[in-house]
Design a protein around this ligand. Structure first.
Ligand SMILES: [Zn+2]
Length: 212
């Protein structure tokens, strides 16, 4: 099973991907994490990543594909992988299709976790973060013992600068603009399923499993 997981920032995509690795026995592939690891390893490929990343430039698709190709040939990925945060563009999706085809496989399923904008705003705007230890609360779903003090360390709870309705709307617009064409690409292959991202982690996980 080769699976691509989509979801807006804050929809719990990363958490669900981790859970699915357990259920499906296949690794989660995050190109961002892999690039950082390769860069830290000092390999030839890593040095090329460093060249772009140290200047804040986008890493060319060919380099990312080379990394993916290598990763997919590792034994733990023999039965498939969960792609998290990749592809981000239609050309990347097409290149991934080709890469997989060369290895005799394909993307079997694309699951898009959908959370209504109002729900996303609600989740983020009521979020409070401990200034001292970074612990995250939600005033409704995961309330701290006192509204201004961290239950873990007693630090001050603050609303982070980015945790505003305006930022959520902007991120959501960007996400939809970016994702719609990619979902269109996979949609033509008839492999896209959408699931609701509302509810507990267990509920969302059950929906994803049912969609596979
Ligand atoms: Zn704290």
């Amino acid at each position: 099973m080769n699976l691509v997981l989509f979801g807006p920032p804050g929809a719990g995509k990363g958490t669900q991907a981790k859970r699915l690795t357990q259920v499906l026995g296949i690794p989660q592939i995050s190109t961002g994490d892999m690039m950082r690891a390769e860069r830290a390893s000092g390999s030839e490929l890593g040095k090329q990543f460093d060249h772009y990343m140290s200047q804040g430039l986008l890493v060319p698709d060919e380099l990312t594909l080379e990394l993916l190709k290598k990763r997919l040939l590792e034994p733990d990925a023999a039965k498939g992988a969960i792609f998290d945060g990749y592809p981000r563009t239609v050309p990347q999706a097409e290149a991934l299709d080709k890469l997989l085809a060369a290895q005799g496989r394909k993307i079997d399923r694309v699951v898009s976790i959908e959370v209504p904008l109002e729900e996303m705003i609600d989740r983020v705007v009521l979020r409070r973060t401990c200034e001292r230890c970074g612990h995250i609360y939600h005033l409704r779903y995961n309330p701290p013992p006192s509204p201004d003090a961290c239950g873990q360390c007693g630090g001050k709870l603050v609303q982070r600068k980015d945790d505003t309705e305006e930022v959520v709307r902007k991120r959501n617009d960007e996400y939809l603009a970016k994702t719609a064409p990619i979902l269109g690409h996979y949609g033509k292959l008839g492999i896209v399923k959408t699931v609701s991202g509302i509810g507990s982690l267990d509920e969302v996980e059950a929906r994803i499993k049912a969609a596979l």
